[in-house]
Design a binder for this molecule. Structure first.
Ligand SMILES: Nc1ncnc2c1ncn2[C@@H]1O[C@H](COP(=O)(O)OP(=O)(O)OP(=O)(O)O)[C@@H](O)[C@H]1O
Ligand SMILES: [Mg+2]
Length: 273
């Protein structure tokens, strides 16, 4: 299948998919096949490995609704694990597939300009200052990404941003992927993680979800923790013109099928406006 010159897709990978060598190879091969069909920007997280590194450093961790409360020592670990260990590991795995991966963070060439996130109101109603966490600001099209795509490279973005004054900030990977999808005019955002999409109260995959229904899932507590951040990211992407968001299990799905899929896919939730 030939690449459609106009179509773009952002693929967000949860950190859990990038820990084990077999998962990594399978995901990398899927990305390479996907990137032959459409222009892809990869964004990755690293939640669990960051937790492990923080524990090893004796730094306590706190997450609220999927967002990491980040102080200066935490940020150092986040940057080291995400931009250092995980990004380079994924880039190396992609090399084996014949793709032309380029590893970067949101700080490179203003791919993601951020400001410090305002304190958030959590699902439980408390207000929390997340600290050194970035909220992306609209800054036009990230030229570096579109240039790389136009030349056939595969950008692999670690979820870190920098302010205009050069302060690095931790950005939730779903938030960054959503922002970049809108910024590059992607028709679709795919969020691949370790669950079979968004699960209902019985633990079954929800096939299709509107933004309103997603808000109800959060209010009822059926969607919690990291899924709250994900559904918030979906809402933002759809509001800014991304056609749909697929939340899916990166271990089970064939990633290349997600370029054009229209109907329901097993283990996959389609989120629409
Ligand atoms: N209704 C739900 N359906 C599916 N997952 C849910 C739901 N409610 C809560 N979750 C939780 O959300 C988690 C996914 O978010 P999490 O932030 O942990 O991972 P990720 O975003 O894929 O990875 P990373 O943070 O490394 O990018 C799931 O592992 C699950 O525990
Ligand atoms: Mg997450």
């Amino acid at each position: 299948m030939r690449r459609d010159p106009g179509s773009r897709l952002v693929l967000k990978l949860g950190g859990e998919l990038l820990e084990q060598a077999d998962d990594l190879q399978r995901v990398a091969a899927g990305i390479a096949r996907l990137a032959r069909r459409t222009a892809v920007v990869v964004v990755h997280g690293g939640g669990r490995e960051i937790d492990t590194a923080l524990a090893a450093a004796g730094i306590p961790t706190q997450q609220v609704d999927g967002f990491r409360v980040t102080d200066a020592p935490t940020l150092d670990v986040v940057v080291g694990v995400l931009a250092g260990a995980i990004n380079t590991r994924l880039v190396a795995a992609l090399r084996r597939t014949g793709a032309r991966p380029v590893g970067l963070t949101g700080a490179d060439a203003a791919v993601a300009t951020v400001r410090r996130a305002s304190p958030i109101t959590t699902v439980s109603g408390t207000t929390v200052d997340l600290g050194l966490v970035g909220a992306p600001v609209s800054n036009g099209t990230p030229q570096l990404l579109t240039d790389l795509l136009a030349r056939g490279y595969l950008p692999v973005v670690a979820c870190i941003g920098a302010t205009r004054k050069g302060q690095l900030l931790n950005v939730n990977a779903d938030t960054l992927a959503s922002h970049l999808a809108a910024a590059i005019g992607a028709s679709r955002l795919v969020i691949a993680g370790a669950t079979s999409g968004v699960l209902n109260e019985e633990g079954r995959t929800i096939e299709r979800l509107t933004v309103r229904a997603a808000a109800r899932l959060i209010r009822s507590g059926t969607a919690s923790k990291g899924m709250v951040a994900k559904l918030e990211a979906c809402r933002a992407a759809l509001r800014r013109g991304v056609g749909d968001v697929l939340i899916t299990n990166g271990r089970e799905v064939r990633l290349e099928r997600l370029a054009e899929a229209r109907g329901p896919l097993a283990g996959c939730t389609q989120v629409v406006r």
